[in-house]
Design a protein around this ligand. Structure first.
Ligand SMILES: CC(C)(COP(=O)(O)OP(=O)(O)OC[C@H]1O[C@@H](n2cnc3c(N)ncnc32)[C@H](O)[C@@H]1OP(=O)(O)O)[C@@H](O)C(=O)NCCC(=O)NCCS
Length: 231
């Protein structure tokens, strides 16, 4: 197999657009501050990033961890090997924003957001104070914050909805569905054309919520970590 390699971020963006029209998972990770190189062979892409060592993202039929990566996300048929361990993963979903409708209410009650996440979604990846957050949104019922979510902008320029959570005693009342629909409107008003989100592979309820909102599955990113030598 012949493999081409580029260390130019602009060329990497072109390669990704050429292959996936900007819709594949690699585009989300083209972060100028961490970018090292992109390699390609046919429909397979390997992206190397610097993150206290080298990590990677690979997608396509030949996607597999590179020897130099300490950890990676693989969207492909890679079955595993003796040198890496599977440590979770998530589905990447995305959809277009909604140009009309009522926009979500932003909240500046960041202490309330933190308290709700601690109870409802303690493993959330994004918390108040995270520099990628564009806005926090909240749904209030009976003067109480019952559902929250954040619109974030990654260094690649892509917009991701994160930290979606509803108070445990308020679930299945439609709070998250309403909040998400309104965030899609808010994002359109901010000039954002499409948004993505990540759903843990074990989170069937949240997946159901997003598919019901018209989100489309783009990739299954399985996380692999290199085992220490001799493990
Ligand atoms: C996922 C979560 C945000 C859903 O919030 P919610 O306010 O209960 O969701 P809604 O009531 O708006 O649900 C809308 C639809 O989503 C789907 N859905 C939501 N939770 C579901 C569950 N546990 N199982 C199956 N489907 C579910 C259903 O289709 C539901 O419609 P229905 O109630 O008419 O059947 C909430 O369960 C939560 O906070 N979970 C913990 C944190 C988390 O996992 N966040 C998502 C991270 S990606």
């Amino acid at each position: 197999m012949s493999v081409e390699r580029t260390t130019s971020l602009l060329e990497a963006i072109d390669w990704e657009r050429g292959l996936h029209a900007g819709c594949g998972p690699i585009g989300y990770f083209l972060d100028p501050d961490r970018f090292v190189a992109l390699e390609r062979s046919g429909e397979t892409l390997w992206l190397t990033l610097e993150e206290e060592g080298l990590v990677g993202v690979a997608t396509g039929p030949l996607a597999a961890p590179r020897d130099q990566w300490s950890e990676c996300l693989i969207d492909g048929p890679f079955p595993g090997s003796a040198t890496v361990a599977r440590v979770g993963g998530w589905d990447l979903l995305c959809r277009a924003t909604l140009p009309s409708g009522s926009p979500a209410a932003t909240t500046d009650d960041l202490e309330g957001v933190r308290r709700l996440l601690e109870v409802a979604a303690p493993t959330s990846s994004v918390w108040p104070g995270d520099p990628h957050v564009v806005a926090w949104f909240g749904e209030v019922a009976n003067d109480r914050l019952v559902a929250v979510a954040a619109l974030t902008r990654w260094a690649s320029g892509r917009h991701i909805i994160a930290s979606v959570a509803t108070a445990p005693d308020e679930r299945r009342h439609g709070h998250a569905r309403r909040l998400m629909e309104e965030i899609l409107v808010d994002a359109a008003h901010r000039g954002v054309d499409d948004v993505a989100l990540g759903v843990g592979l074990e989170n069937a309820g949240a997946l159901q919520l997003y598919l019901g909102l018209g989100f489309v599955h783009r990739a299954r990113l399985v996380r692999w970590r290199r085992l220490p030598l001799g493990a």
